[in-house]
Structure formats: C-alpha cells, structure tokens
Design a protein around this ligand. Structure first.
Ligand code: NAP
Length: 496
C-alpha cells in the first residue's frame, strides 16, 4: 500500500481518501521541528463514511469464525515483530520518546496481538445448571457492532492495539481516530493489519481533530461503542455526548500517580524506580510518577540521592541511544508544564532542580523541558493534585504509614501507586487500603503487562478495564440462550 510521498490519506472501506475539503494538517518531529508529512484535515463527512464502511463490513466479519480472526491477529503480531525497529524509529521521530521506550510500545502491541489472537479459541462464555428438567442454558459473548477507538499520542501503537485487538477478535469492526500528534505511527499499524489479511472495511482510519472527527463519532447513531483514552476533561465530554444515544463508553483518563517510600525501604532501589517512572517518556505516561510520598526519616537522604541522578539525565533526540529523556509533545504542553512550575513556586514549594525549558545547542530546535524536582510540597497544593503530564516530580513528606496511604489516595485520580518497604505487614495493608487500579510493590508506577486488567478508579476511569480478559467486556454483549427440549411448556419459577 502506498500513498503520495509525505501526503497521507484516510483509509476508509478499503480506499485511500483525503478530506473532502482538500485540507491537510502537518505532522512535526518534536525533537527537531522537522516536517514529517501532511494528513487529511477530515471532519464529519469522512467520519460518517468510515462508520458506514465499518457497518457494512460488520455483517461479514461477525460471521468469520473467531479462530480465523485470531489467525489474522497472530500474523499482525509477526509483522509487528518484523517491523518493530522501523515502527519504533517512526514513533520516536513523531512523538519524541526514546527508542528503548518506543520499542517497548511496539512490543506491547505484539504481546496484545498474540494474547487476543489466542482469545479466538477461547472467548469463554459459560453454561450453568438450569432449574427445570430437560432444559439447558448457555451464556455467550456476542459482538456489538461498530467500535470507535479514540486514542492519545503518548502510546501511539500500544493503546490502539489495546482497543482494536479485543474489539476485532470479538467480531466488531472499527473506526480509528488517532491523536493528531501521532498520525504516522497509527497509519503504520493499520497498514500492518491489512498486510496481515484483514478484510477491507473492518478497520477504518480517519485523521483530523477531536473537535470534528471525534465529535462526529460521538454522535453517529451507528457507532455502538466508544473506547476512549485521553485526558479526564475530554473523557468527561465524550461520556456526556455518547450518553445521548446510549452508546457504551469505556474511558481511560488522567493520573496523579505516587511512589511511597517508607523508612525501611531499599533507597537505592527506590531511586531507580522513581527516576524511571517520573522522567521516562518525559513524564508523559498516564502512569507517570508525579508524587513521591516519603517518610520524613529518610526524606533528606532520598532527595540527596535523587538530585544528582536527575541532573545527570541527558536530554535530546530519542533516536540517539545515549539520550535518557526526549522532548515533550508540543509547544502547548511545554507551556503548560512551565506554568505548573510557576504555580508550584507561588504555592511555596521549593524548586530543587529543573523548572525551565532547555534550549541549549541542538535542543533549541525542539520542545525540551529539564527534569524537575520540587520539595516542601503539601498534599493539597495544585502541583500535588493536578495532572501536569511532564517531567515534574513533587516530594511530599509524611510521618507515618497511615498518613502515606491517606495522601496517596487523596487525589481525584486513581490509576497507579507504588510502595517501597521491606515490611510484609505494610505490604498487606497497602494491598488492602490503596485505592488505585494498579499497585506495585518495590518497583515504580509503570510497567503494566497486557495479560492483566489495566485501568483506574475515580477520575481515571469509568469502571471498565483494558487488556486481559476484562478487556473483552466492553466489546461484547452477553447473550443467554435457553433450550427447552422437554416438548412441553415449562415455566421457570412457577412450575414445581
Ligand atoms: P486528549 O487531548 O484528551 O486527546 C485524546 C484523544 O481524544 C485525541 O485523539 C483527541 O483528538 C481526541 N479528542 C479531543 N477532543 C475530543 C472531542 N471533543 N471528541 C472526541 N475526541 C476528542 O488527551 P491527550 O493529550 O492526547 O493525551 C494525554 C492524556 O491521556 C493524559 O491525561 C493522560 O493521562 C491520558 N492517558 C490515559 C491513559 C490511561 O490508560 N488511563 C493512557 C494514556 C494517556 P486530537 O488529538 O485531534 O485533539
């Protein structure tokens, strides 16, 4: 499949199509400012055409035996493996995170392809005893129809696979609206799906703004499910609009994740976990650690260990293997991060390191922000409560285990937490009392594996989970079939 060089198109119903208006939008490398290509500035017409194509394709795709659908996903896994390096490099160029991390992003897609491919031979329903003689009952999973996948830019391949692969294995068809900052990685993923043998129209990709393409998908009556990952603000809007036509909606949204470091922690281990969780992907992971909640007896020692390590982190183009931290996604995100550093200072937090956009030498061409650390942060400060989505870490001192748990739980988000302690009793209490969707013991706040449910509580989610078996739930409808082979009318609850 080829498109005109550097001017890419939507793929709808097996055909390449630009926007009806003929308009495009540019895609830039956030490390260098280099132009990577133009994508169609689509709107309602293209979104609706994609839904119509997906609706048509659904009638055949739902009848393809699930093991056959699984074989296609296995091929997708093989192709992603084959093209892993190339896709990782494209992703680094497009959104900035370092190669080690973009390879991990593609690997998540590979893992998900094999996992959901295997579901083609499971998709377990259940059969349980019925109360009347000569009668049977079975509960099975049915596909629902057209699924809209609306995704963010920070995991441009992994997150779409977390949505599309379970949707597809269950027999649904898809309209994929990727983030406008990462259209190229999304397009590569769709090309691979078709190279693996997906029938035309089963996945359709439409580029363009959330405010037009996204909105059209929220309102199109033929869209049955919206699977959204992004900010809590956008997610709330998605849920309210989609509710008008009673669509099913799964939301994965913001986070304000914390690492708790107790007085008995292995501090060397904690430092490694904090650095990786806080500054990996330049702090732009939904699971990024943006708070360290530390027992006051080890607080000074921990900060003294962290600061030189933070200052050693090398900023630069993620294609350079010696770089630790890439750019942030765009100028508006850079401005937002910097404004939060101003808010932190105004609130009385102490800026220990960072707190500025780094424009030294080659960095001047990109959106680089120095890894930042604040101490003297109170739990109620805005920098300790609001999602910054950048390389900014706040250290909050506590006096006890109970206070650490309370501070950890006291934000409007609930995605992931971590605790460093050697005490098995504290581990058990943390497992019971921490209210986030994910908890790590003696490692940082990132590192989910696809065979487990992923998602969060409170403002992070709306009760659904992605990945694992739970990831199938939003894409399937339970259907129960009763078969009465008694040859007479039997009345449940009435006949003795
Ligand atoms: P975002 O601005 O909310 O955008 C997410 C997606 O929604 C994009 O495709 C965007 O399109 C689209 N969108 C925006 N407005 C829309 C509307 N009115 N209707 C329909 N779609 C709309 O989020 P982001 O900046 O891309 O991503 C960062 C956020 O995602 C952070 O809050 C992060 O925590 C969260 N996140 C959560 C998870 C999780 O699993 N919990 C994982 C990763 C990221 P455009 O790109 O065209 O604006």
């Amino acid at each position: 499949m080829t498109t005109t060089a550097n001017v890419f198109q939507n793929y709808i119903g097996g055909k390449w199509r630009g926007a009806e208006s003929g308009q495009t939008f540019p895609n830039y490398n956030p490390a260098t400012g280099e132009l990577l290509g133009y994508f169609p500035l689509s709107g309602e017409a293209e979104a609706n055409a994609a839904v119509a194509a997906a609706r048509t394709a659904f009638e055949k795709w739902r009848l393809v035996p699930a093991p056959k659908r699984g074989e296609i996903l296995f091929r997708v896994g093989e192709l992603l493996k084959e093209h892993k390096e190339e896709i990782a490099r494209t992703m680094t160029q497009e959104m900035g995170k370092i190669l080690k991390e973009t390879r991990g992003d593609v690997q998540e897609g590979i893992d998900m392809a094999y996992y959901m491919g295997g579901e083609g031979r499971r998709l377990f329903g259940h059969s349980v005893p019925v109360e009347l003689p000569n009668k049977a009952g079975v509960a099975m999973r049915d596909p629902i129809g057209v699924v809209s996948c609306i995704t963010p830019w920070n995991f441009p391949v992994a997150i779409p696979t977390w949505k599309m692969f379970p949707a597809l294995i269950a027999g649904n068809t898809v309209v994929f609206k990727p983030a406008s900052d990462t259209p190229l990685s999304a397009l590569r993923l769709v090309e691979i799906l078709y190279e693996a043998g997906l029938p035309e129209g089963v996945v359709n990709i439409v580029f363009g703004p959330g405010g037009s393409v996204g909105e059209a998908l929220l309102h199109n009556p033929d869209v049955a499910v919206i699977s959204f990952t992004g900010s809590t603000e956008s997610g709330r809007h998605v849920a309210m609009e989609a509710a008008k036509s009673l669509k099913r909606v799964s939301l994965e949204m913001g986070g304000k994740n914390a690492v708790i470091v107790m007085d008995d922690a292995d501090l060397n281990l904690a430092v490694e976990g904090i650095l990786w969780s806080a500054y990996g992907t330049a702090g732009q992971r939904c699971t990024a650690c943006s708070r360290v909640i530390v027992h006051r007896d080890v607080s000074k020692e921990l900060v003294d260990m962290l600061v030189p390590r933070i200052e050693q982190l090398r900023l630069g183009n993620g294609l350079d293997e010696s770089v630790d931290v890439g750019p942030v996604i765009n100028v508006s995100q850079l401005t937002k991060i910097h404004s939060y550093c101003g808010i932190g200072k105004d609130e009385g937090a102490k800026l220990i390191t960072g707190g500025y956009a780094d424009r030294e030498g080659e960095l001047a061409r990109g959106n680089f922000y120095r890894p930042t650390l604040f101490t003297n942060v109170r739990p109620d400060m805005r920098i300790a409560q609001e999602e910054i989505f950048g390389p900014v870490l706040s250290v909050i001192e506590v006096q006890s285990f109970d206070e650490a748990i309370a501070v950890n739980n006291n934000t409007k988000y609930g995605l992931s937490s971590a605790i460093y302690t050697q005490d098995i009793n504290r581990v058990q209490r943390a497992m019971r009392d921490i209210t986030t969707g994910i908890l790590y013991i003696n490692s940082g706040t990132t590192g989910a594996e696809i065979q487990f449910p992923f998602g969060g509580t409170r403002g992070t989610g709306n009760g659904h989970r992605e990945a694992g078996i739970a990831g199938l739930d939003v894409f399937t409808e339970w259907k129960v079939v009763y078969t009465d082979y008694s040859g007479k009318l039997q009345k449940a609850q009435i006949d003795e």
